[in-house]
Design a protein around this ligand. Structure first.
Ligand SMILES: C[S@@+](CC[C@H](N)C(=O)[O-])C[C@H]1O[C@@H](n2cnc3c(N)ncnc32)[C@H](O)[C@@H]1O
Length: 309
């Protein structure tokens, strides 16, 4: 009798416990744990040197090709460059290597470890440089920038892992000076669809088809994705920015883990093949911007638009 009563009490407590955990789980699904996300992103970033990892210098060159061409055609010279989520400073170095000069350069990243690495690399490679580095979350940094203060903004390989990137897109036309330009690279839905297939996560592909945000790999990191049609529609309409050029970065190649890594990794090519790949990706990337590791594009603020406070 006593045992029976105890079992009933235990079952009732277990049921209440289950309901509580279930509610908690559902709530967490709707509000992904930003603490875990941030911890994982910082940890991964500080263990991966974008300036020396085997294939990354090749992709830095592709960014350099695109950015230098656009700066030239927009006749932008000097001014203030903001490299947001600058990492180890790979893009600052790439632009300096090409002789592209700015009056001021500010890099920001939310990882103090990364910024220490960045400082060291910049000082070793560009002795006497005056690059200012600031430790800040990208949302806070953009919010606190003066209006009309940026000639050039780089937001590369970061926004796909930032919560509510739309809030940042919405600030760009305020923070750019009239005529200024921002370069962004985002993940395409196609890239994540192929990566999920590669990992055998077939059931998660629906999320990519029907949504544009989520922890699709179950890794604790919240991701978002888009496509060039959506960018072309939304940036002018929602954010008052003109999209002036597109490019797929890595349309025919990849780093380990990418869908196309088995086709070609730049670091495994001899000089001749490397140059062929660069040429091929230049053409394929501009014809098929969604096909790559990232969709790279640039947006400008019309010279006649003044920021409103
Ligand atoms: C893949 S790396 C790209 C670095 C650099 N943009 C490049 O292309 O070489 C991503 C960087 O974004 C930073 N990051 C990620 N989320 C961030 C956030 N919310 N605020 C500021 N930095 C962030 C990471 O610390 C890391 O340095």
């Amino acid at each position: 009798m006593l045992l029976n009563r105890l079992l009933k009490i235990a079952k009732s407590l277990a049921r209440k416990g289950y309901l509580l955990l279930d509610r908690l789980d559902k709530a967490l699904e709707q509000n992904p744990d930003s603490g875990v996300h941030t911890y994982l992103v910082k940890r991964a970033a500080s263990r991966y040197d974008m300036t020396t990892s085997a294939d990354e210098p090749y992709y830095a060159e592709r960014y350099g090709d695109f950015i230098s061409k656009e700066l030239k055609s927009l006749e932008i010279e000097g001014g203030h460059l903001f490299d947001l989520a600058c990492g180890q400073g790979r893009l600052i170095l790439e632009l300096a290597r090409r002789g592209i000069q700015f009056d001021n350069i500010t890099g920001a990243d939310f990882s103090g470890d990364i910024l220490n690495q960045c400082r060291q690399i910049l000082d070793d490679t560009l002795p006497g440089n005056s690059v200012v580095l600031k430790e800040s979350d990208i949302h806070k940094f953009v919010e606190n920038m003066d209006d009309n203060s940026a000639d050039v903004m780089l937001l590369l390989e970061v926004l796909y892992m930032v919560f509510e990137p739309e809030k940042i897109y919405g600030q760009l036309s305020k923070k750019l000076r009239p005529g200024g330009v921002a370069f962004l690279s985002l993940r395409s839905d196609l890239f994540y669809a192929l990566t999920l297939l590669k990992q055998g996560l077939y059931e998660n592909t629906e999320q990519v088809v029907h949504g544009n945000v989520g922890d699709i790999f179950g890794s604790g990191v919240n991701l978002n994705w888009t496509n060039s049609a959506q960018i072309l529609r939304e940036f002018p309409e929602k954010y008052g920015l003109e999209v002036t050029a597109f490019m797929g970065i890595g349309s025919c190649s990849g780093i380990p883990g990418d869908p196309l890594d088995h086709i070609c990794r730049p670091s495994q090519l001899d000089e001749k093949a490397y140059n062929y790949l660069a040429q091929l990706e230049q053409t394929m990337g501009s014809r098929h911007p969604d096909s790559g590791r990232y969709i790279l594009f640039c947006v400008t603020k019309a010279a006649s638009i003044e920021a409103k406070g």
